[in-house]
Design a binder for this molecule. Structure first.
Ligand code: NAD
Ligand code: ZN
Length: 258
């Protein structure tokens, strides 16, 4: 193990309640692209297409979105995406009773798929597995809406009120879900250490959940490929792949051989 890895494990080991904060980088090894990396989504699509105003006003944007979900291009709306070793390591920490919770910017549901219960994961940007009607609020598994698209409804509408249907994810210009935000605040206030994985810490207000405890002196470990906007606040920064680093770190913490 490198010195950084040992130092990070020691910091986290001295805490009973670790807040885990994750971003798109933890899921790239599951085959879901991040936004800002070299193969990130922003190199293929226009970020402006992910604003709620455009989605509601432009049927072509909606059609393209559903088609990309159908083809599996966006965030694992379809079930074949699996958690990777980093998600599993975090679930091991949860099973060992070491977490105050997992706060994620991701919408892919992979923390739960790895075994962290739903009520211990705050999904700040919603999740892709559910979809809803923006007018009456009726909701369905996204898989069901995709079956309507497959059957020919390229811009599916609500069977009850004919409203626009949208995945239950937070687009630019939308508020964060209040319940998830409140849960994240509780997890952050209980934290004795913060572990950031695969995030540039550059998307607000989500990043504040990790940054606020760190500014109050709670030790923060960052595991990320490349720089983040807040490396200076980290007690230890490990520049590496989450799927390599996390299992080694967690094995040491929960007493198994790395
Ligand atoms: P980001 O795209 O800003 O940053 C991701 C960071 O992870 C980058 O610094 C990248 O270099 C790093 N990274 C990539 N692969 C890694 C790996 N294997 N191990 C460690 N680090 C790795 O992501 P963000 O800060 O999370 O913000 C982007 C926004 O995009 C979020 O708000 C999120 O909602 C959304 N998003 C979600 C998903 C998903 O659900 N999987 C995917 C793309 C984007
Ligand atoms: Zn409706």
């Amino acid at each position: 193990m490198t010195g950084n890895l040992l130092a990070a494990s020691d910091i986290l080991n001295s805490s009973h309640r670790i807040l885990v904060f994750t971003g798109a980088g933890i899921s790239t090894e599951s085959g879901i692209p991040d936004f800002r990396g070299p193969d990130g989504l922003w190199s293929k699509v226009d970020p402006d297409d992910f604003t709620i105003g455009r989605y509601l006003s432009n049927p072509e944007i909606r059609k393209r979105g559903w088609r990309m979900h159908l083809d599996g291009e966006l965030w694992g709306a379809r079930a074949q995406i699996r958690p990777n070793a980093a998600h599993v390591a975090i679930a091991d920490l949860w099973r060992a009773g070491r977490l105050s919770g997992v706060v994620t910017q991701n919408i892919d549901g992979l923390h739960q798929a790895a075994g962290v219960p739903d009520d211990h994961v705050a999904e700040l940007h919603g999740n892709i597995r559910r979809s809803h009607c923006v007018d009456c609020g009726a909701d369905w598994p996204t898989e069901e809406v995709l079956s309507w698209v497959e059957a020919g409804a390229d811009d599916p509408t609500c069977p009850f009120c004919d409203g626009i249907v949208k995945t239950s994810t937070v687009m630019f210009g939308e508020a964060l879900p209040m319940r998830e935000w409140s849960a994240a605040l509780v997890m952050a206030s209980a934290a004795e250490a913060v572990l950031v994985v695969g995030s540039t810490l550059g998307v607000y207000p989500a990043a504040e959940i990790a940054l606020d405890p760190a500014r109050r002196g709670v030790p923060m470990v960052i595991v990320n490929l490349g720089r983040t906007d807040h490396d200076y606040l980290a007690r230890v920064k490990i520049d590496g792949k989450a799927g390599d680093v996390l299992p080694a770190m967690v094995s040491r913490m929960v007493g198994r051989d790395a």
